[in-house]
Design a binder for this molecule. Structure first.
Ligand code: NAD
Ligand code: MN
Length: 516
């Protein structure tokens, strides 16, 4: 294939490059780990290390937490005006925009995400940062509320203030964008941050740290520690100096984090796994629904939390839909993620590929049929690739329909009628995304209302909006990101009562203690 190189990149010059080096970002400085440890980041497309990254342990994490604590308690950030916060966030966005292509290339090498995808992520992350900047000025800091004027007579306010030090833990599937979803709202509302990238994908976030370092953000407000969940992550969740944990990742780890955070009663928000239902109604425009459903599942090799991984189709339409899905899936091009022609890159790691292949095998053992894919794409001897795969004959009780696979595997489940489709959609421990395809808006709205999930698209998939709340029902999470709802997750609520009875005689309720 004659690949269009992104930003006129030359593969050979990249190959010949010496390893990139990254350090931790603590208290406004780029530093090695105290232990001196580093870990090599593997490029999933070449299976070769491409960057060497300092590996934080507990001590480094404690130092980062202390820096964020001091920056919050004694630094100017918590008291910086809303306008100045917005200005700094917009300045970070400007600097990110200027380096977007370069950072997309970094992230593609670090994560295996195609350059089409990482380039898009950088663009979105930028727009999202600007939205958070705008919201920084709109968050209501002091609101007067009305309360009953008996027994006391008073004027009442709700004051919103930053939570304090936020420990933020993110996954590898959208490394830079997830960081922006965490750092953006935390900064917009005056918090300080210690953020831990996933161990496989620290580099684009450490590039963002360089940008933050050049900005006017006060020292210690953002700290980045790259380290394991067991050391770094658990230190964040248990430290008494951390006020809030914001986590995005698997449900299993989310549950563990909630337990760890319980010890010091931290505020916790969790964005977890999914197994979302994508429902094609009989009156759907199939040209749109077929491609939309494949986009909904196979985008980023199926490594998106709210992917539509269970496709629900009626008995009547089943064979036609499957035939068309298979035909279109065969046209999806797997290959070098730095190549603009590649629609699908490798999975994040050999381990993840093993997991995904294990699920395909389990599906077949349980009675499903591989309609397309199921193996590794031909002609790609290196890289953790898995073909886009469709399993048919799947019943919702099967493991492949209940568990999150996190790879390019779409399962097709038949339904009898709309009630049956909704029952199947809701028969899941998860409730993160979902979609319904129909030409009838009213009918589609009814279905959207009845699915127990945090986001439903009608005739679309994956189109999240930074201004609309995003989050999970059931075991898909707690709390919301985006929108005003998402910002308020980063704010404490204080009630201030200003009493209007200005003399002792008027305060008759003291009689409870002193008698009438
Ligand atoms: P993961 O749960 O394995 O890891 C996520 C993060 O948690 C990583 O940084 C990891 O190092 C850290 N971690 C691991 N163990 C920890 C511990 N004991 N204490 C503290 N931190 C710990 O998830 P992953 O494999 O990196 O990402 C994939 C998962 O993320 C999928 O389940 C996916 O659905 C979910 N996800 C959810 C959303 C959402 O918004 N709901 C978005 C993206 C990904
Ligand atoms: Mn990597």
């Amino acid at each position: 294939m004659n690949g269009l190189r992104y930003a006129s990149l030359d593969r050979n010059s990249l190959r010949g490059c010496r390893m990139q080096e990254y350090q931790l970002y603590i208290d406004g400085e780029f530093v090695p780990a105290k232990s001196g440890k580093t870990v090599d980041s593997i490029n999933p497309a070449t299976e070769e290390p491409w960057a060497r990254v300092a590996r934080a342990g507990r001590e480094d994490t404690q130092r980062a937490i202390k820096a964020a604590r001091t920056a919050f308690d004694s630094g100017p950030w918590a008291r910086t005006s809303q306008q100045d916060r917005a200005k700094i966030l917009n300045d970070i966005a400007d600097r990110l925009q200027a380096r977007a292509q370069e950072i997309a290339v970094v992230e593609t090498q670090d994560s295996g995400g195609t350059i089409r995808k990482t380039g898009g992520d950088l663009m979105l992350a930028n727009a999202q940062l600007r939205y958070f900047a705008e919201m920084a000025e709109q968050v209501p800091l002091l609101t007067e509320i009305q309360v009953p004027q008996f027994p006391a007579q008073s004027t009442n306010f709700v004051q919103r203030e930053p939570f304090g030090v936020c420990g933020q833990i993110i996954p590898w599937n959208f490394p830079l964008m997830m960081a922006v979803w965490k750092i953006g709202p935390a900064l917009a509302t005056g918090n300080t941050v210690v953020i831990k990238p996933a161990t496989d994908t620290p580099c684009s976030l450490l590039e963002l740290a360089k940008i933050i370092d050049e900005s006017d953000l006060p020292t210690g407000v953002v700290n980045v520690v790259h380290g394991s969940g067991a050391e770094c992550g658990e230190e964040l969740c248990t430290s008494p100096m951390v006020d809030k944990i914001a986590f995005t990742g698997s449900t299993a780890v989310g549950s563990r984090i909630m337990q760890l955070a319980a010890g010091t009663v931290k505020k916790v928000t969790l964005e977890l796994g999914g197994k979302s239902a994508n429902i094609i109604l009989d009156d759907a425009d199939l040209d749109m629904a077929i491609d939309g459903s494949l986009f909904g599942c196979f985008f980023h090799q199926g490594q998106a939390c709210e992917s539509g991984t269970r496709l629900l189709v009626s008995d009547a339409k089943h064979d036609e839909v499957v035939a068309r899905l298979v035909e279109r899936t065969r046209q999806i091009n797997c290959g070098d993620p730095l190549d603009m022609m590649s629609a699908q890159g490798p999975l994040i790691s050999a381990k993840q590929r093993e997991t995904v292949e294990g699920y395909i095998k389990k599906g077949v053992e349980d009675g499903a049929t591989i309609a397309v894919g199921g193996g590794r794409p031909a002609g790609l001897p290196k890289g953790y690739y898995v073909e886009p795969t469709i399993l048919t004959g799947v019943r919702n009780q099967m493991t492949v329909a209940q568990e999150e696979i996190f790879g390019p595997v779409l399962v097709v489940i038949r339904y009898k009628d709309i009630d049956d489709a909704i029952k199947i959609a809701n028969d899941s421990i998860y409730g993160l995304g979902g979609a319904v395809w129909s030409r009838d808006d009213d009918k589609a709205m009814e279905v959207a209302k009845r699915v127990r999930t945090g986001t439903m698209w009608i005739n679309e998939y994956h189109m999240l909006s930074v201004a609309a709340p995003f989050g999970g029902y059931k075991q898909s999470g707690i709390g919301r990101e985006f929108g005003m709802e998402g910002l308020l997750e980063y704010m404490q609520i204080k009630h201030i009562h200003l009493d209007q009875v200005r003399n002792r005689a008027g305060k008759f309720w003291y009689g409870a203690l002193f008698g009438a």
